[in-house]
Design a protein around this ligand. Sequence first.
Ligand code: ADP
Ligand code: MG
Length: 264
Amino acid sequence: MIAARNSRRADAIGVRLAGVSHEYVLDTGTLRVLEDIDFAVPPGSFTALLGPSGSGKSTILRIVAGLESPSRGRVLADDVTIKGPDPSRAVVFQDATLFPWRNVWRNVALGPEARGSVRGGRAAQHDPRIVRALERVGLTAFATAMPHQLSGGMAQRVALARALIGDPAVLLLDEPLGKLDALTRGVLQRELADLWQSSGFTALLVTHDVDEALILADRIIVLSERPGRIVGDLAVNIERPRHRADPNFVALRSAVLGWLGFPD
Ligand code: ADP
Ligand code: MG
């Protein structure tokens, strides 16, 4: 079976980590976090990084975002070394981190406003980029709601809209659904899959939820305990939308759980 591909876009960007190791310098010495990480994320693909807590997943994402430089090795976006953050690579974190005094659309407008491409006034609500971003995450009716009026799932939708507004070629997702209840999580997983298929961005998702990785990704990279090394790498060739009871899904779940140290 061939996995459905997302729509190609002319400016799709691939990401590559080559021999990346990382350590944090602490008062008590150095903490080795990543060891010799090598993988490439092809343009337009969806890769999930799965591993135990502390295995360096968020560190990998921060390195790709350009928020951290690796102690050793290289990290490239379309064969150009990543030297710092860039609007072509947007990040969504576990916490929506909305400004409580700004309503939904004003939170979404934050990035373009800071870059001076949207004026802060009332008219900005009708800026096509903001309208479109809210549409894409299903929040049109909540444009003027305040953050305290939103459920956890809606707050994460705002965070997603904020990341999508600049139409990033690469979307970096650090357990974006990690704090949501199981039902909301399931709904947002489906929405994220749809967004990826319609938008054509390259996605790199960090998660410790095996089923989430299997629902969303076309490739799963499994990390060991700290220092994180790649212990498993698997293609998810299952047609979308995916179903947890599908025998292929069940078989892949056992393989991944085995790599994580939970053989059945
Ligand atoms: P994961 O996302 O897989 O849980 P992280 O990349 O967040 O792992 O962290 C890996 C290890 O590095 C953890 O032990 C964490 O405590 C440590 N760590 C993360 N960020 C820093 C930092 N800025 N300074 C020092 N140690 C850090
Ligand atoms: Mg993390």
